[in-house]
Design a protein around this ligand. Structure first.
Ligand code: FAD
Ligand code: NA7
Length: 485
């Protein structure tokens, strides 16, 4: 009987998905508890407050460090614009970390106040199922057993460590980097997903020496032409990429530095180098283990939870949202919207489902890359090469001229239907403020944008976003996509 449970809804995980879901459920009349618990990182013991990955060890600190790195670049450009700048400027890592952490702590505080105001009961405990309606919350003060009609699992994930000697003892992950109490120095970044590239990018901008170790390809899952341009733009800035390489071991030398042995996966050749920091960015693991899911009967697939189009698991009263669900984009706005829509369906009489297609995203590398919709290879796979037209061009941002910044990798393309209305399948942009450029186009693409509409839209001059309205050269034509001036 519904009334006999402690709560209508227990949300496990107080991150982007869980908080959005819990707050929306209360707004729609439900009695809700939200559990959040962070296990410290294995070696440095880093932990943080309520709010999940995005706020504490993800999007927000990452964007702040990226901004710090862009500012350093801007200061150097300022001289060309006539500012009298002391050329000995250098960043203070500890001060940056302190500023970033202060901001995070203020967000943690606001989040707790918001939960109290919105009447969500926040429980700082690790949740573990007893059965499909009962949970044990492991609190500092001991165990507390609570029951609910409905559960939403929103536990997200944590970075993986490779299974090699010294990985855990001597390596760190993004969970430690944003609060590291010493300068990272010469850093080996292992993994060429977006997290690895972003971290390498801002470390370089802050004056350190990152190297990226790539096992196979760069930015798996993204358009590969764009991914290679991102990598080349980073190499041009002096970030070496160790291609086709995997680490074998990490040892601490007597001088405190880290000796990394690695091998080339094609030639088998082994090599070694010494670093101050080794950062694992080799992907993330869903946090299913502590949940005791077999007690509730919930199915797991590769440490993630498969759900249907209503975010329902295989158990009738248990749902899952956010990074923990299998096969969907792991992004904060996806987690937030899916969590909110789920609560509205459960308690607000809504039938609206989450649309996981055409989600825009940005890789915050020094030269940023943003995209929405299909990659060129996915469009070709889906519609056939003869049915896909790619409009592309290089461009020169006005603000790059005076400081004579490299424009070699400022490039964009629209992947579209070849015949008929020439509907746009995907947009890709490499250049400054990429996320700001693509966000509005994402709404256009979702509204059925065509090439005709795109090139008949009057641009805003002088911007880089206006380059999308000038895309007239197709790859098929073979014409040179570089601008004359
Ligand atoms: P989380 O935010 O991870 O929240 C889950 C919470 O549940 C955590 O606090 C966890 O400790 C807690 N928990 C786990 N198990 C239990 C349990 N048994 N009991 C109680 N609590 C538990 N996304 C973007 O959109 N843009 C970006 O720029 C971006 N940058 C990123 C950069 C980095 C370095 C990283 C790591 C991620 C980034 N992401 C970005 C991804 C984004 O952070 C995630 O998609 C988002 O946080 C997922 O939200 P979630 O609610 O599913 O999980
Ligand atoms: P990703 O996007 O899963 O990328 C992980 C990268 O690490 C990728 O380049 C992998 O290469 C590489 N990798 C994976 N395992 C290893 C080992 N054992 N050794 C060396 N290199 C390895 O992870 P991120 O951390 O960037 O992002 C995590 C998620 O957060 C991601 O799914 C986003 O959607 C959100 P591969 O291509 O597999 O050869």
């Amino acid at each position: 009987v519904q009334g006999s449970y402690d709560y209508d809804l227990i949300v496990i995980g107080g991150g982007s998905a869980g908080l959005a879901c819990a707050k929306e459920a209360v707004l729609n009349g439900a009695r809700v508890a939200c559990l959040d618990y962070v296990k410290p990182t294995p070696t440095l013991g880093t932990k943080w407050g309520v709010g999940g990955t995005c706020v504490n060890v993800g999007c927000i600190p990452k964007k702040l460090m990226h901004q710090a790195s862009l500012l350093g670049e801007a200061v150097h450009e300022a001289a060309a614009y006539g500012w009298n700048v002391d050329d000995k400027i250098k960043p203070d890592w500890n001060k940056l970390v302190q500023s970033v952490q202060n901001h995070i702590k203020s967000v943690n505080w606001v989040t707790r106040v918001d939960l109290r105001d919105k009447k969500v009961e926040y429980i700082n405990g690790l949740g573990s199922f007893v059965d499909s309606h009962t949970l044990v919350a492991k609190l500092k003060s001991g165990d507390r057993t609570i029951t609910a009609q409905t559960f939403v699992i929103a536990v997200g994930g944590r970075p993986r460590y490779p299974d090699i000697p010294g990985a855990v003892e001597h390596g760190i992950t993004s969970d430690d980097l944003f609060s590291l109490d010493r300068e990272p120095g010469k850093t080996l970044v292992v993994g060429a997903g977006y997290i690895g590239l972003e971290c390498a990018g801002f470390l370089k901008g802050l004056g350190y020496e990152p190297t990226v170790m790539v096992r196979s390809i760069v930015l798996r899952g993204f358009d590969q032409q764009m991914a290679e341009l991102v990598a080349s733009s980073m190499e041009e800035r002096g970030i070496p990429f160790l291609r086709k390489s995997v680490p074998l071991s990490v040892e601490k030398q007597d001088d405190g530095k880290l000796l990394v042995k690695y091998k080339n996966t094609e030639t088998g050749e082994e090599a070694e180098d010494v670093f101050d920091t080794v950062l694992w960015a080799i992907g993330r693991k869903g946090l299913v283990d502590d949940l005791n899911l077999p007690n509730a009967g919930v199915t797991v697939q590769k440490d993630k939870i498969p759900v249907d189009s209503q975010e329902a698991t295989n158990v009738a009263n248990i749902y899952a949202v956010g990074d923990i669900i299998y096969g969907k984009p792991e992004l904060t706005p996806v987690a937030v919207l899916a969590g909110r829509l789920l609560a509205r369906r459960l308690y607000g009489g809504s039938t609206q489902r989450m649309d996981y297609n055409d989600v825009a995203t940005t890789v915050f590398t020094p030269l940023e890359y943003a995209c929405v919709g299909l990659s060129e290879e996915d469009a070709v796979k889906q519609y056939g090469a003869d049915e896909v037209e790619v409009f592309h061009g290089y461009y020169k941002p006005t603000e790059f001229f005076i400081p004579q910044k490299s424009v070699r990798y400022c490039y964009l393309k629209a992947v579209a239907e070849r015949h008929g209305d020439q509907r746009v399948y995907g947009l890709h942009y490499l250049g400054p403020v990429a996320g700001e450029v693509i966000q509005g186009f994402a709404a256009a693409l979702k509204s059925g944008l065509t090439i005709n509409t795109l090139i008949n839209t009057v641009g805003i001059h002088p911007t880089t976003a206006e380059e999308f309205t000038r895309l007239t050269i197709t790859k098929r034509s073979g014409l040179d996509p570089t601008p004359a001036s």
